[in-house]
Ligand binder design. Sequence first.
Ligand SMILES: Nc1ncnc2c1ncn2[C@@H]1O[C@H](COP(=O)(O)OP(=O)(O)OP(=O)(O)O)[C@@H](O)[C@H]1O
Length: 275
Amino acid sequence: MSSRIELSGVRQTFQVRSDTDKQLHEFVALEDVDLTIEAGEFITLVGPSGCGKSTVLDLVAGLTRPTAGRLTADGVEITKPGLDRSVVFQQYTLLPWRTAVGNVEFALEAKGGLSRSERRERALEVLDLVGLTDFADRHPHELSGGMKQRVAIARSLSYDPQVLLMDEPFGALDAQTRERLQEELIGIWKRLGTTIVFITHDIDEAVFLGQRVAVMSARPGRIKALVDIQLDRSGGADVDIRSTPQFAHYRHEIWTLLRQANRRSSTPEGVTQVA
Ligand SMILES: Nc1ncnc2c1ncn2[C@@H]1O[C@H](COP(=O)(O)OP(=O)(O)OP(=O)(O)O)[C@@H](O)[C@H]1O
């Protein structure tokens, strides 16, 4: 299941107190953000620190409302959080006193509508999807960082969201675990077809995961460019896609755009569509 997400003319401002005059001032975090994310698309979002990536995610999640503009999921205005849109954060926020399966069941308890045995069955099913069947009865302190994040992903997937919103979910993991989870996430996405919006600081991660990479510029945050990524993944798990010339080409393209975004972060720019 997946949804089409649309942001049009989105503006987000915050009231911040100035250090100099101690007065409240309006800070424009996002300006004129237009973005259409197709149903079932995997899009990654990169940009300089503070450019508004998490703000975009919070808005799509319905955790905050835009100052101006409109956000929709399948044409319906997003006004609050919903079970159709699930968020995975960098910190796993698991309940320490519950096992892996217990943590997933907890999410299903909150959703309601399933019997105890149905919850257990569904929780085990999604733990299997993230490769944790053998660790279902472990508590969080008995799991590695990568495993904890897998539980968090399983928890998010347990109630069949149409959109998975991921805010640097692998940021705290070591490089090898991170690469493995990236590959697993691609596998899960291919199986489920969920729309995924994934924030990262890592260009390689953005290129590896995204069908499209949205590059943001800062102050105010805007979509600076959208880059279509077409990597040949037909070689399967034995091909190191990250070492191919194709990958290097996209990596350099995003790197160049980010360089420009960092340099010109104080001057507004329009959207550039890059093929
Ligand atoms: N509640 C808030 N009140 C005031 N300013 C805020 C608030 N939330 C975010 N901001 C500001 O809005 C801007 C965008 O923040 P946001 O967290 O979305 O950026 P980001 O691109 O996700 O940053 P990072 O890459 O460092 O995580 C920042 O300048 C931040 O300080």
